[in-house]
Design a protein around this ligand. Structure first.
Ligand code: PGA
Ligand code: ZN
Length: 420
């Protein structure tokens, strides 16, 4: 039973405030969990409650901390920590709004994750087993963000993320080596070309390339130079995060960095077609803006049998939008981010909906992260087969990879690793 819940304002990987929530059970178990925060957010994400006052440029979270320490703690103390669904729905009802704007999704999620961790610890189970059962043995393929653009970097690449996907590796441990070695090879290529080797928010490089295409060419070169076969050992995943270059569909898409200027939804779909002919791309996330249902549908119809088409900002881990997306064939996969919806239970419900529809689901960190490794265990528990949690540098990203190494080691022969 829950004895105590309290929160602390801490900093995330961008130096912005976020919450860490501590939970204590009557049996003496103590755990805590920290809440991530996005930059290129979907409009319908659950609300991240910020103080909007003078501290931290308005980004303080003391109101959310206070909500945890008073309203939420009062309601949950004495409840059974293993009743995750009851706990989460108690908070949802307590909040009473559609987007968790009263208590804050950041406050609610911190409590939800901390309680799951405490319950697992109290039962003496690793978190991935507590949430996923004894058959949770599949370690996700690490889609490693190696080159950043868009809102995550101040360079000349419009598309937000280029990821390396080591689907040809025999194990997660080997897959991680493939991507880390390619990361280092890319660094030496950039250095030689006198391009910047500084990194973006998720640890990917952020060089000034002359075009989006030049970025992908660099990555292919790095894969080969590192001794791997493009398409066989390593493929590429792209996240356009198209909202960031299309705020209003009437104005079309603005590929400002690459100098292409205003282009239509169809132009982007055609560009993807050209790339898919030329490059070993196996997953494409948010190719189009969240309001561009027509574009998403067309993109999926054209390429959905060849690649995984992932909706992030369009679905925001919310079963209401996923359900609609499934009905309208807008994609064939959904990005899953705990803080887009705000509780562990609702995130599991989103995963379940995808699974039931034969969709894939892609577990994800946020660009603002902490050293918390909840996501690593959660990804194994959800059995999705792949996750994205950043590059081969920056401690908050590496913490998740290291936790996955540990889980694979712990599972030994029982561990599975495969793309699909
Ligand atoms: P965010 O980016 O965390 O800044 O929203 C991640 C993504 O778009 O997938
Ligand atoms: Zn995205």
């Amino acid at each position: 039973l829950i004895e105590e819940i309290y929160a602390l304002e801490i900093l995330d990987s961008r130096g912005n405030p976020t919450l860490r929530v501590y939970v204590e059970l009557f049996d003496g178990t103590k755990e805590f969990s920290s809440v991530p925060s996005g930059a290129s957010t979907g409009q319908n994400e659950a609300l991240e409650l910020r103080d909007n006052d003078k501290r931290y440029g308005g980004k303080g979270v003391l109101k959310a901390v206070n909500n945890v320490n008073t309203t939420i703690a009062d309601a949950l103390i004495g409840m059974d920590a293993t009743k995750q669904k009851d706990i989460d729905y108690t908070m949802i009802e307590l909040d009473g709004t559609e987007n968790k704007s009263k208590l804050g999704a950041n406050a609610i999620l911190g409590v939800s994750m901390a309680i799951a961790k405490a319950a697992a610890k109290s039962l003496n189970l690793p978190l991935y087993q507590y949430l996923g059962g004894t058959n949770a043995v599949r370690i996700p393929v690490p889609c490693m963000n190696i080159l950043n653009g868009g809102e995550h970097a101040d360079n000349s690449v419009d598309f937000q993320e280029f990821m390396l996907v080591p689907h040809g590796a025999p194990t997660f441990t080997e897959g991680l080596r493939y991507v880390a070695e390619t990361f280092h090879t890319l660094k030496s290529i950039l250095k030689k070309r006198k391009l910047a080797t500084s990194v973006g928010d998720e640890g990917g490089f952020a060089p000034d390339c002359e075009s989006n295409e030049a970025a992908i060419e660099l990555i292919i070169e790095a894969i080969k130079k590192a001794g791997f076969k493009p398409g066989k050992d390593l493929s590429i995943a792209v996240d356009n995060a198209a909202n960031s270059f299309c705020t209003n569909l009437k104005d079309n898409y603005n590929l400002v960095w690459s100098g292409k200027g205003k282009v239509t939804s169809d132009d982007i779909i055609d560009l993807a077609g050209e790339w898919l002919e030329k490059y070993p791309i196996i997953l494409w996330e948010d190719p189009l803006a969240e309001k561009d249902y027509k574009g998403f549908k067309k993109f999926t119809k054209k390429y959905g049998d060849k690649i995984e088409v992932v909706g992030d900002d369009i679905f925001v881990t919310n079963t209401k939008y996923i359900k609609d997306g499934i009905k309208k064939n807008l994609a064939n996969s959904c990005l899953i981010k705990l803080n887009q919806i705000g509780t562990v239970t609702e995130t599991i419900e989103a995963v379940r909906m995808c699974r039931d529809a034969g969709w894939r689901y892609f577990l994800s960190h946020r660009s603002g992260e902490t050293e918390d490794t909840f996501l690593a265990d959660f990804a194994v528990a959800m059995d999705g087969g792949h996750l994205k949690t950043g590059s081969a540098c920056r401690g908050e990203r590496i913490a998740k990879y290291n936790r996955l190494l540990e889980i694979e080691h712990e599972l030994g022969d029982r561990a599975e690793y495969r793309w699909s």
